[in-house]
Design a protein around this ligand. Structure first.
Ligand SMILES: NC(=O)C1=CN([C@@H]2O[C@H](COP(=O)(O)OP(=O)(O)OC[C@H]3O[C@@H](n4cnc5c(N)ncnc54)[C@H](O)[C@@H]3O)[C@@H](O)[C@H]2O)C=CC1
Ligand SMILES: O=C(O)[C@H]1O[C@H](OP(=O)(O)OP(=O)(O)OC[C@H]2O[C@@H](n3ccc(=O)[nH]c3=O)[C@H](O)[C@@H]2O)[C@H](O)[C@@H](O)[C@@H]1O
Length: 435
């Protein structure tokens, strides 16, 4: 099939390259000329494992190309995927201005039947709204609109797409259903066919549920600390129950990223707009907003409230490992608090430092973990990068001025930390204190 993907962010780029890799001819369109000129040369704007190789391979094999010219890309397309951003407005609603601009351009340039699919996460009702815009601009209805929400995770985006657990297809015609079912056949996955509104709702419900699991386990973690239980064991004990499942029960400093914070908020607004008070998700957000500061509290506790002049090595800045994405990363809130208290913060992240410097004022970064921890009064782990998990903890201890490790991601074993003589505070577990 010929596919035109509009928007080359995570979703556009990853779905574009994956659809081309399974044999389709894909043209990716963006209004950002610099991005497109780089992509043509194989320069990828984001850090995502495996993406560069796959882009280069598919460009070379003539299945993948990049352009800023929507009209030409549309001409040949059977399927058009809209994958532009839907950032939050100040009131939390999804901002649809990029989607609106794209729908208008599609309408102006539409010639011949196409299935126009929204991959971006959009409020319920957007599919119908897009249809109206295109009809008005095109002056005809020889097209179908559809919804095909995206479920990939940053950091494992290629794997998630190639091994998708389901494809959700929201359609209002048999023709669109046929085209999109055919398109997803090579993924050999569960296909959920629904009406467009239901497909749009599935995306928000899925993200809100995952966010709920995280805030739930974080609240359990907070109780664990008060009653002397270990949340990692609690999660393990819960997770073997298939009705609960093991995933997304890692307690820590809460969720960040471009989607959970935005989509929970958007869902609350979708509900409010139809007169419904979405209490559970509101609490999920409240818990999440507080959770990231628990790591700050634990740093304060380790130094009896006095951080002035303390050298603190922060390991990890991105909102999760394997990405340079800083959107809504806990580090954005935690580091300024430490700086306000007069601490000397030295941060290291394997890939997110350049982006972090744009987000966090006066952020001092160094190019290796060794430089960050040398002579530090404490190490604070904010992102669970594997390279931190693999640290030689005995060696780390030698580099520190004081063996204090505050772990927002529960990366290390309590007994090992106790044996090594660390003051080790984590989330939802007892504090190992040998100072
Ligand atoms: N980032 C993620 O992991 C996931 C994102 N989503 C959803 O997918 C959507 C896109 O997200 P990202 O890829 O992160 O977005 P992004 O914000 O990183 O990228 C959007 C791209 O669209 C381009 N664009 C904007 N207006 C345009 C226009 N008129 N014509 C052509 N290109 C245009 C921008 O230049 C930018 O390159 C959002 O709705 C998001 O909620 C869904 C699942 C996962
Ligand atoms: O709509 C989206 O954009 C995407 O949002 C999330 O993907 P992503 O934000 O890339 O990352 P996750 O792996 O879900 O992690 C989100 C946040 O939750 C945190 N998290 C995750 C799991 C967990 O057990 N505990 C926990 O604190 C992570 O550290 C991170 O800050 C969803 O997992 C994707 O299915 C969805 O497509």
């Amino acid at each position: 099939m010929n596919i035109c993907v509009i928007g080359t962010g995570y979703v556009g780029l990853v779905s574009g390259v994956c659809f081309s890799d399974i044999g389709n001819k894909v043209t990716c369109v963006d209004i950002d000329e610099n991005k497109i000129s780089n992509l043509k040369k194989g320069i990828i704007p984001i850090y995502e494992p495996g993406l560069e190789e796959l882009v280069l391979k598919n460009i070379k094999e003539n299945r993948l190309s990049f352009t800023t010219q929507l009209d030409k890309a549309l001409d040949e397309a059977d399927v058009v995927l809209i994958a532009v951003g839907t950032p939050p407005k100040e009131n939390g609603e999804a901002d649809l201005r990029f989607v609106e601009a794209v729908a208008t351009s599609i309408g102006k340039n539409l010639n011949g039947y196409k299935v126009i699919v929204t991959k971006s996460t959009v409020p319920v009702g957007t599919g119908k709204w897009i249809k109206g815009i295109i009809e008005k601009e095109a002056g005809h209805s020889n097209f179908d609109v559809a919804s095909n929400p995206e479920f990939l995770r940053e950091g494992s985006a290629i794997y998630d797409t190639m091994n998708m657990e389901r494809a959700v297809i929201g359609v209002e015609s048999d023709k669109a259903k046929e085209v999109l079912t055919e398109l997803h056949k090579p993924f050999n996955t569960n296909i959920v066919v629904a009406d467009i509104e239901t497909a749009e709702m599935i995306k928000y419900a899925a993200n809100a549920f995952l966010a709920t699991k995280i805030s739930f386990i974080n609240e359990i973690a907070n109780i664990c600390e008060l009653v002397g239980a270990d949340v990692t064991k609690v999660a393990e004990g819960m997770g073997y129950d298939n009705r609960i499942g093991k995933a997304f029960l890692a307690a820590g400093i809460g969720y960040g990223g471009s989607c959970f914070p935005k989509d929970t908020n958007a869902l609350i607004n979708i509900a409010a707009n139809v007169g419904y008070n979405l209490r559970i998700v509101k609490d999920v957000e409240n818990v999440n907003a507080m959770q990231r500061f628990r790591v700050y509290d634990k740093v304060k506790e380790a130094f009896n409230g006095e951080l002035e002049g303390k050298k603190l090595a922060v390991l990890g800045l991105a909102f999760k490992p394997n990405t340079d994405d800083m959107r809504a990363a806990p580090s954005i809130d935690v580091i300024p608090k430490l700086l306000e208290d007069g601490a000397d913060v030295i941060a290291y992240d394997p890939v997110a430092m350049a982006n972090a410097k744009r987000e966090i004022a006066n952020l001092n970064t160094v190019n290796s973990y060794e430089e960050a921890v040398q002579g530090a009064d404490a190490v604070i782990v904010l992102t669970d990068w594997k390279e931190f998990k693999d640290l030689d903890l005995a060696d780390l201890k030698k580099k520190l001025k004081q063996p204090v490790l505050i772990d927002g991601r529960n990366m290390f074993d309590l007994n090992q930390m106790a044996d090594l003589g660390y003051y080790y505070a984590s989330i939802g577990r007892r504090t190992v204190n040998k100072l």
